[in-house]
Ligand binder design. Structure first.
Ligand code: ADP
Ligand code: MG
Length: 368
């Protein structure tokens, strides 16, 4: 992040509206959201904060502490995708205007504590924080659930990222210290308090595969092809009873489908484990999920495997897994409450010695 300049320093006046939204870590349920399945994300105690002041014309002036540089500018009604970060802002005004909400221009100051592009969903934190600020600035009557749907449309229709509903949903309706169980088929949600005895440490590998967006889209297409061959509309329609049919598919569809079907079951198991406060069971599910992502969905990379191996060496770790879309990104480690920081620091130091990369662990728990 650049040295922080305030709204007043940038725009010479004070903001009238403020809003924020958190990043998230997905506890379990990876690559299930676009298959109509289950996910279990949890907000992290890091937010994107947006400050805004309305203008009397149709110009939008945007400054982001995370991008540095100068104030960016565009006119309402003339939004054009530029394939850079301004698209998230332009996308928000475009979807609101398309819904018929009259907007005026505004000045906006963005500052996020969510690391960008680390699999902690900085983009949804930005979408939802900005949509919240615009909702209150213009008095737009829209629910938190619909705000999440708009956040997804910003990314799907304007930015051009085929993301599912999970990230904007948890940014919009997630509660600190609670996992959010979501059935992505009908968007029913349940808030589950994270057990006091546990803690999650998130470690960002610092690696982001160059082709990750393309590989993500390939996985989505492979799932669609698996469905076509199975004669179903979504992999969600398969249960463990159908694994025989999945075993008969050719590769890579067999592995992809097997991951999604078993991962959905693991999410249900994780919900039960959380509700029972059974953290050893939760840890085993995390480990199984990691193996399935590595071997069946094939979304891990060597740096992530280094982190996972280092986590397994630690005592006081119940389980760990790659979290987020993969091809780099972060792992999460389930530890006893109060131990996360020390364990995270030891893993980070060993990772630094192994790879030369400096990483800062993030601890997420009930009180966070
Ligand atoms: P993730 O959402 O996991 O962090 P993405 O690739 O989906 O990764 O989104 C990261 C992109 O979102 C950044 O490259 C940038 O374009 C945009 N972005 C996120 N937060 C900010 C911010 N605070 N200011 C400007 N752009 C941001
Ligand atoms: Mg994102």
């Amino acid at each position: 992040m650049q040295p922080m300049q305030s709204f007043q320093q940038i725009f010479g006046t004070v903001p009238t509206v403020e809003a924020e939204a958190p990043g998230r870590v997905n506890l379990i349920g990876e690559h299930t959201d676009y298959n109509g399945g289950f996910v279990l994300p949890m907000p992290i105690p890091r937010t994107c904060r947006v400050q805004l002041r309305l203008r009397n014309d149709d110009r939008v002036h945007v400054w982001s502490a995370n991008q540095g540089g100068s104030v960016r500018e565009y006119r309402l009604g003339q939004e054009e995708p530029l394939a850079d970060w301004l698209d998230y802002v332009q996308g928000c005004t475009t979807v609101l205007r398309k819904l018929g909400h009259p907007l005026s221009g505004f000045e906006v100051h963005i500052a996020s504590e969510v690391p960008l592009g680390s699999g902690l969903s900085s983009s949804a934190a930005l979408d939802i924080a900005l949509l919240r600020a615009l909702r209150s600035a213009f008095g737009i009557p829209i629910s938190d659930l619909d705000l999440a749907r708009l956040g997804q449309r910003v990314e799907n229709e304007f930015v051009g990222a085929r993301v599912g509903i999970m990230d904007p949903l948890v940014a919009s309706v997630g509660r600190p210290g609670h996992a959010l169980f979501v059935d992505t088929r009908d968007l029913t949600c349940r808030q589950i308090p994270f057990p006091e005895r546990g803690e999650i440490v998130v470690l960002d590998s610092g690696v982001r595969h160059r082709h990750s967006a393309g590989d993500y889209n390939t996985r989505r297409s492979e799932c669609e092809e698996a469905c076509r061959r199975l004669g179903i509309s979504q992999l969600r329609d398969m249960t463990p009873k159908d694994l025989d049919r999945i075993e008969a598919l050719p590769e890579p569809f067999r592995r992809r489908a097997r991951h999604v079907v078993t991962e959905n079951q693991r999410v249900l198991g994780a919900v039960a484990a959380l509700e029972a406060g059974d953290l050893s069971a939760l840890g085993r599910l995390f480990d199984d999920s990691h193996v399935s992502q590595r071997d069946d969905y094939q979304v891990s990379v060597p740096e992530i495997e280094v982190l996972v191996a280092l986590a397994h060496v630690e005592s006081g770790v119940w389980g760990c897994r790659l979290t987020g879309g993969g091809f780099g990104g972060s792992i999460l480690v389930l530890t006893q409450a109060g131990q996360g920081e020390a364990i995270g620091r030891r893993i980070a130091e060993a990772y630094g010695r192994n790879t030369g990369r400096q990483i800062v662990p993030l601890v997420v728990g009930r009180s966070a």
